[in-house]
Write a protein that binds this ligand. Structure first.
Ligand code: ADP
Length: 406
């Protein structure tokens, strides 16, 4: 079954085409567009490329399109991307302004461009459905909680992939299988060897998650993707009272404050150089103190969250790095893991520095009991597999436990 996964941003469109069957998933093609103003021309161009390159004979061969939707008001899990999903996304447009309008628009465009294909959404929040209430709520009045103000968590597909892949790499195949099937079987009761993983998704937006035996225990992002670690240009954690104070003191409207927190803050706000870590590193290397501070701040935030999760899980067996920053910046990985030798984690500097872009592997020494790994992001595979399972279940077939093989 050919399944296309659409990864939509406010100005970007990326895709991966998979072929899935009972035995597993094969990646057929991937591509994308930047500085996107409208999705429809991108979809048309993508379909042309897929046909010209022989990945599909006709667009009708694409049986389903999967969407890695971010946050839905009153809706999560893996669901048909119908009007209910559009309504749920729009219900939280203000909470995820860079993501929700783009996904709603993308779903509409695919409905027109590929009317025969099934459309399925896997919400990023799905991975956190088993988080304990104390790690899920805010201490706000009941009326606030009643309108959906709580911690949701994001980057679910990415952290779930890290959970699966780290279990495989640490030779815990039974646990990897349980993790792959989590959304089908639920967490149940795990009696195998326990595995505590701290997963660091460090990219344009970043988060740290704690995963015990394949199930998320918590994540640094809360109500919106603006919280937790400093993001590229979005704020990260901030005391709630700072917002009304800044509005009054600086004469900002709520909308202006929102805009500044969502587009002029984070690494850009701190460095005053760029929202891109490559530019910030370059500036820091040439002596720019603000750029260096932005890097130090990022490392400190990652350690803050990782440390909290280490304590909550009673230790950790592995820390994993994924996404653009996690995969490509050895000195950030080394700083995050510094000084933890007494907890069993020692970085192998040679391994860490020489791991090539896009490659997976250990960066800790062989004798470390707390391992450090780099796992290239593969969120689309997680979405593709759930879409496949959902459609097969609807057809009445036994839900397959497709292993990863790409
Ligand atoms: P997004 O979260 O938008 O998908 P990425 O995961 O690619 O983005 O992360 C973007 C960040 O990662 C940027 O700060 C960018 O500088 C950095 N990055 C991405 N790819 C590379 C690379 N090959 N080398 C160095 N840095 C990279």
């Amino acid at each position: 079954m050919k399944i296309l996964i659409a990864n939509l941003g406010s100005t970007s469109f990326k895709y991966r085409l998979f072929d899935l069957d009972e035995a597993g998933a094969t990646l057929l093609a991937e591509g994308g567009f930047e500085r996107v103003e409208e999705f429809t021309p991108c979809i048309e161009s993508m379909l042309e490329t897929l046909q010209n390159d022989g990945h599909v004979a006709a667009k009708e061969e694409i049986e389903a399109v999967g969407f890695k939707t971010v946050l839905g008001r009153g809706l999560s899990g893996c669901v048909e991307a119908d009007d209910r999903v559009l309504e749920a996304l729009h219900g939280f447009d203000d909470v995820a302004p860079a993501h929700n309008p783009a996904y709603a628009e993308g779903i509409r465009c695919f409905r027109d461009a590929l009317p025969q294909a099934r459309r399925v959404a896997l919400f990023e929040t799905a991975f956190y459905q088993w988080v304990e209430p104390a790690a899920r709520e805010y201490a706000v009045p009941r009326s606030w909680r009643d309108i959906g103000i709580r911690r949701y968590g994001f980057h679910g597909a990415s952290h779930k992939y890290v959970a699966e892949r780290s279990a495989e790499l640490l030779s815990e195949e039974a646990l990897a299988e349980r993790t792959r099937r989590l959304y089908v079987d639920g967490p149940g009761h795990w009696t195998g060897r326990s595995l505590r993983v701290i997963s660091c998704h460090l990219g344009g937006s970043s988060s740290v998650a704690s995963i015990k035996d394949g199930v998320a225990m918590g994540v640094s992002m809360g109500f919106s993707p603006q919280s937790g670690l400093p993001q590229n240009n979005r704020v990260g954690d901030l005391d709630a009272m700072a917002v009304p104070y800044a509005c009054k003191a600086l004469g900002l409207s709520v909308e202006e404050a929102e805009k500044q927190l969502a587009s002029q803050s984070g690494l850009l706000g701190l460095s005053e150089v760029s929202n891109d870590i490559r530019d910030i590193r370059k500036a820091a290397a040439s002596g720019d103190g603000k750029a260096q501070f932005a890097l130090d701040f990022l490392v400190d935030s990652i350690r803050h969250w990782a440390g909290s999760f280490f304590f909550k899980m009673g230790g950790a067996d592995a820390i994993c790095f994924t996404a653009g920053i996690g995969e490509n910046h050895p000195e950030i990985r080394a700083k995050v893991c510094a000084g933890l030798e007494s907890f069993g984690l020692r970085i192998d500097n040679e391994r860490n520095a020489s791991l090539r872009s896009g490659r997976e592997g250990y960066i800790s020494t062989d004798d470390s009991t707390f391992k450090a790994l780099v796992i290239p992001a593969n969120e689309e595979l997680v979405v593709a597999r759930e879409v496949y399972r959902k459609l097969r279940r609807q057809e009445g077939a036994k839900a397959p436990g497709a292993p990863i093989r790409n």
